[in-house]
Ligand binder design. Structure first.
Ligand code: ZN
Length: 219
């Protein structure tokens, strides 16, 4: 029997729009957290990138539902994915600071919120690590979704900087915080590489990155 809230606000599966719960058992098979590991290298250092979900049409709909339609059940799926992949770091390190990839101002205006910052705060709350919005754009960048691997790298090269307030608050090097960069999706790795470059250039220790989804790069 349907309960009253379902009659007034019928809920549909985020993956396939079937009436019922927020993600149906069929779509759940495509959104079932594992741990996928990739690596990003920067200046002879290697940084692990852990992700929970292999990108698929279902995963794409979950990300879009959260980012473009503000569906909270989709937010929660993304948070759960990141928390799952983050466990490997949590088990090895007593503490780390979670830093989201900065969103473009135009995207924040369109969405009415800073999507990734909210996701990262929720993840931080669930794992008991602090989060901070220390990364920022120091110039305009284009929307990446239609760019190929070379264009993405050019689009982002030198685009991020560490907020001077963060640098003033925390010491760098071994005595400073260990940082984990958070994003919803890794494709070419250009965005995470740029974040790692900005943080390492500023002298911070970076453990690696965690994303909810991992996609094969466009060529
Ligand atoms: Zn479904």
């Amino acid at each position: 029997m349907l309960n009253l809230t379902e009659i007034i606000f019928p809920s549909r599966c985020i993956g396939c729009s079937r009436l019922g719960i927020s993600i149906c058992s069929e779509c759940r098979k495509q959104w079932h957290p594992h741990v996928y590991k990739r690596e990003i290298s920067w200046s002879e250092e290697i940084f692990p990138v852990l992700s929970a979900i292999e990108y698929s049409p279902i995963a794409s709909r979950v990300l879009l539902s959260a980012k473009e339609s503000q569906i909270r059940a989709a937010d929660q799926l993304i948070v759960n994915g990141i928390v799952h992949a983050l466990k490997l770091f949590v088990n090895r390190h007593s503490s780390a600071v979670l830093l989201p990839i900065p969103s473009r101002k135009s995207a924040n205006r369109k969405r009415g919120r800073n999507f990734l910052q909210e996701i990262t705060s929720q993840v931080a709350f669930e794992v008991g690590f602090p989060s901070h919005s220390a990364l920022r754009h120091n110039r305009k960048v284009r929307d990446q979704s239609q760019l190929n691997i070379i264009d993405r790298s050019e689009n982002l090269s030198g685009a991020f900087a560490v907020d001077p307030k963060f640098t003033a608050q925390f010491s760098t090097g071994n005595t400073g915080p260990k940082i984990i960069v958070i994003d919803d999706l890794i494709t070419t790795g250009a965005t995470l590489s740029e974040a790692i470059r900005a943080l390492r250039t500023a002298g911070f220790t970076v453990l690696g990155a965690v994303t909810s989804c991992t996609a094969k790069p466009l060529r």
